[in-house]
Design a protein around this ligand. Sequence first.
Ligand SMILES: Cc1cc2nc3c(=O)[nH]c(=O)nc-3n(C[C@H](O)[C@H](O)[C@H](O)COP(=O)(O)OP(=O)(O)OC[C@H]3O[C@@H](n4cnc5c(N)ncnc54)[C@H](O)[C@@H]3O)c2cc1C
Length: 504
Amino acid sequence: MTGGLRLEAPAGVAPRRTRAERLALAADLRRVVADGDVLSDDVELEVYGYDASFMAQLAPSVPDVAIVARSEADVVAVMRYAAANGVPVTPRGAASGCAGGCVAMHGGIVLAMNAMNRVLDVDAPNGQVTVEPGVVHARLIEVLAPHGLLFPPDPGSSRMATVGGMASTNAHGVRAVKYGPTGAWVLGLHVVLPDGTLIETGSVGSRAKQSSAGLELTKLFVGAEGTLGVVTRLRLKLLPRPKARALVIAMFDVLERAGEAVQAVFRAGISPSAIEILDARSLRAANLYRPGLGLREAEAMLLFEVDGNPAGVRWDAETVVEAVRELATHVEWSDQEAQIARLWEARSVIGAAVGVLRPGSARAYAGEDICVPVDRIPEALRAIQDLSARHGIPVATYGHIGGGSLHPALLVDGRQRDDVRRAIELADAIHLLALDLGGTVTGEHGVGAARAMYMPREHGPALDTMRAIKRALDPTGIMNPATIFPEDVPPTPALDVTLVPGGR
Ligand SMILES: Cc1cc2nc3c(=O)[nH]c(=O)nc-3n(C[C@H](O)[C@H](O)[C@H](O)COP(=O)(O)OP(=O)(O)OC[C@H]3O[C@@H](n4cnc5c(N)ncnc54)[C@H](O)[C@@H]3O)c2cc1C
């Protein structure tokens, strides 16, 4: 198996088209949606060949045609055409995904959902909002703020990610430890099925905040990564915005003590809204990138955020400080918004900052999203450091330690073929480590094409149940065909590394 990929296209999905066939496809589609919304120019299509994944950087895959959807009617028309003609369709939000999920590896149509970006209805009395899928997360938060309402999921990609992409990957974020993933906040969806049928999940026309009526179809489409249909509308549950928050920052000279500190805080009866970890390399990167931060150097730093009412927040913060005092080398807290923002900045710059650790290299999103049991985090962090040394690829690790989610940032010099090979092998080793520790290869970013090869080991016979659901809804396999299921992922020529998942 090369890069976990196979050679022939799966049944039901047409092979890549010639130029003449691509132009004919575009001409056909111009009769289905508005002329200007069908992109077939080679240069325009280049843009649609990527997401943030290392896989797509190495082997971008340009679609035959891209369509900018403007309405549900557009999506229905495109899916009807695609179903009738056996053309693969790959939905795409902001392409901030890290697993190649929105990349059309079989060609066909990329269906860009980001122009469907209206907030349709803020229903404050019923604590919900109805939106189109292309609304960017940060904008939704801004629109809700004057109403005193909050949509709690909060990915680090808030300024890029669309809510449709978030629901489709069941995105988490720093506050998932208290508020859960995106899926916990989706009350209902409009979905266009692969045959072009439009359905509404969560009861037709409902404004109820709970329901026990029938199979939970909403949950089925959340996290399906566009493999079962196209999300065209979302009804999202909201919370009143917490009135206050505080941040506790704690430094550790021994990784294991950082792990113990998390347990100590839970034992003290506190449910922080975020618990983040930055390892020594991440701290160094943050200081080099933004010297004004003046972070102490340590084996690890933990950030605990607590939120709620002002008196409760103060009590919670003081209790966190007491719980970790014996374990940490330094601990402090603040409920001053300017100071909190400064401390959070250290966390928010990490993604960009890690590049400074190795001039000439860039951060590769590969093996970047494992999740392990919370009590095995110190073990995982040490093992990642060992693997980094063994493969000769520097890694800075940070993540949502409260939920066990870790983001190893691999620093790769893409100009060096050997560096790329070692990075792919290291990412594979990190994925296998997560499975060995009783975790998952993806805590929040999703499977896409990049992690499909691990699904048989991760799910066992349950993967066949997923396949059966996929076949029932998408019998000809046109809906985002190179995602989740390993047998559907085509070969990627640039990845000439032999990986044997589960073989070691
Ligand atoms: C710097 C950075 C920080 C990040 N931080 C986080 C984080 O904290 N938490 C987290 O969970 N993720 C994070 N991510 C990953 C990424 O932002 C999320 O996966 C996000 O939810 C993807 O949204 P998107 O709109 O970019 O989707 P895309 O990347 O465009 O698509 C992702 C998947 O969803 C499908 N899809 C998109 N829209 C639709 C639709 N309307 N209907 C059906 N399927 C659809 C696509 O086909 C694809 O399979 C981060 C990424 C980056 C680059």
